[in-house]
Ligand binder design. Structure first.
Ligand code: SAM
Length: 338
C-alpha cells in the first residue's frame, strides 16, 4: 500500500492554485458572454441589482449571479452600498464599444467553451453537461472519470477536514453523496474511534468501496446505496456530512436535504457542510465566482453564501450555525439539532 494511504497527512501546501487553474478557465468565456449580452453597456447606463440584471438579461437568477460575480471579482464591476452593480474605469475603458480601447473583437472568439456557456445561460436553467445531478444517466466511463476528478480535488481538503475538532467528539458520521469516499475515508483514517457510512447512488458505491479497501477501512467505513432524495436514510449517526453537495442543487433541494438530515439525527446531532462559500455581496472571491459558473454548466446549484446556507439550515430546525476554514478555499459549516 502506498504511504499516503497509510497516514494521509495534511498537504504542506494548500491547493488554491490548482483550484484557480481548474476553475479559472471559466473567466474568459464569462467576460466574453457578458459583453456579448451587453451587460457592461447595460450597467454603464444604469446600475442594477442582481434581480434587475437577471430580468434585463432574461436569464435565471443563478446565471446572473455567476456572470456578475466573475465580472466583479475581476474588477470590471463594483457593487455599491445600495446592492446595485455598476461598471468600473476598467470595464468602461476596455469593454464598452464606444471606447477607443475596446477589447470586444478579441473577446468574441469561437471558443467551444463560450458556446457551451452561451447555451447554459441563454437556453434556460439546466446544466448543458450534467455530472453529479444526473449521475444515474452517465456511462460507467463517465462516472469513473467524474469520480476520479472529484477524488483528486476532494482528498487534500478532506485530510484537513478530518482533523477538525468536532471529529474528536463524535462516534459516527453519515456521509451523504459520498462520491469516491474521500471524506469518509479521511475522517475514519484520522479518527480511529469513528465509524462512517458513505451513501451514494449505485454506480458510485462500487468505486467508493475500492477506495475504502485501498485505505484498509472496511471495518469502519460502510458503503450503502441510497438515493438521498427518495430512499430512507439510516438513523442514529452523530453527524451527517455533505461535501460539495449543496452547491450542486437549487435551494429547494438543499432544504429537503436539510430537513431529511434533521429527521435522521437525534437531539444534539449535527449537520456538517464542506463548501466554498461566495461572499455575501456576491462579488467574489474569484474562485467562488468561477465555481458558480461550473455549477451553471454542470449542475443545478451555485456557490451559496454563508447566510444563504444558514437560512436553509435554520429553516429546517437547526441551531448554532458555525463556520470555520479547513483547507484551501473550503469551510466546514456546522449546525446542531436542539
Ligand atoms: C460533487 S460530488 C461530491 C462527492 C463527495 N462528497 C466529495 O466531496 O468528494 C456529488 C455526489 O453526489 C452524488 N449524488 C447525486 N445525486 C444523488 C442522489 N440522488 N442520491 C445520492 N447521491 C447523489 C453523486 O453521485 C456524487 O457522488
Amino acid at each position: 500500500m502506498t504511504k499516503y494511504l497509510d497516514d494521509l497527512p495534511v498537504p504542506s501546501s494548500e491547493d488554491r492554485v490548482l483550484y484557480d487553474l481548474i476553475f479559472g478557465r471559466h473567466a474568459l468565456p464569462v467576460v466574453a458572454l457578458a459583453q456579448e449580452m451587453r451587460l457592461f453597456e447595460n450597467l454603464s447606463d444604469q446600475p442594477r441589482d442582481l434581480d434587475e440584471i437577471a430580468e434585463t438579461l432574461r436569464v435565471a437568477p443563478r446565471a446572473a449571479e455567476a456572470l456578475v460575480a466573475v465580472g466583479a471579482s475581476l474588477g470590471f464591476l463594483e457593487r455599491g452600498a445600495d446592492g446595485c452593480f455598476r461598471t468600473t474605469a476598467l470595464s468602461r475603458t476596455y469593454l464598452l464599444p464606444e471606447s477607443p480601447f475596446y477589447y470586444g473583437p478579441i473577446l468574441s472568439s469561437d471558443d467551444p467553451s463560450l458556446d457551451q456557456l452561451r447555451r447554459s445561460v441563454r437556453d434556460g436553467d439546466g446544466p448543458v453537461q450534467p455530472f453529479a445531478v444526473e449521475m444515474s444517466s452517465l456511462s460507467p466511463e463517465e462516472v469513473r472519470g467524474f469520480l476520479s476528478r472529484m477524488h483528486a480535488r476532494s482528498l487534500p481538503a478532506a485530510s484537513a477536514l478530518a482533523e477538525q475538532e468536532i471529529f474528536r467528539r463524535i462516534g459516527t458520521v453519515l456521509d451523504v453523496g459520498a462520491g469516491s469516499g474521500a471524506l469518509a475515508c479521511a475522517i475514519a483514517k484520522k479518527n480511529p474511534g469513528i465509524r462512517c457510512t458513505a451513501m451514494d447512488l449505485d454506480p458510485v458505491c462500487a468505486i467508493a468501496r475500492e477506495n475504502v479497501e485501498a485505505f484498509g477501512l472496511e471495518a469502519r467505513v460502510e458503503v450503502i446505496v441510497a438515493n438521498m432524495f427518495e430512499d430512507p436514510w439510516p438513523k442514529g449517526h452523530d453527524a451527517i456530512l455533505f461535501g460539495n453537495i449543496f452547491h450542486d442543487w437549487d435551494a429547494e433541494s438543499c432544504a429537503r436535504l436539510a430537513t431529511r438530515s434533521f429527521q435522521a439525527l437525534e437531539s444534539g446531532g449535527c449537520i456538517l457542510l464542506h463548501e466554498v462559500p461566495i461572499k455575501e455581496t456576491k462579488d467574489g472571491p474569484p474562485l467562488a465566482a468561477y465555481f458558480s459558473v461550473a455549477m451553471l454548466l454542470h449542475e443545478k446549484g451555485k456557490q451559496y453564501s454563508l447566510s444563504e446556507l444558514e437560512k436553509i439550515l435554520m429553516e429546517a430546525g437547526f441551531i448554532d450555525f458555525n463556520s470555520t476554514p479547513t483547507f484551501g478555499y473550503y469551510q466546514l459549516i456546522s449546525a446542531s439539532k436542539p
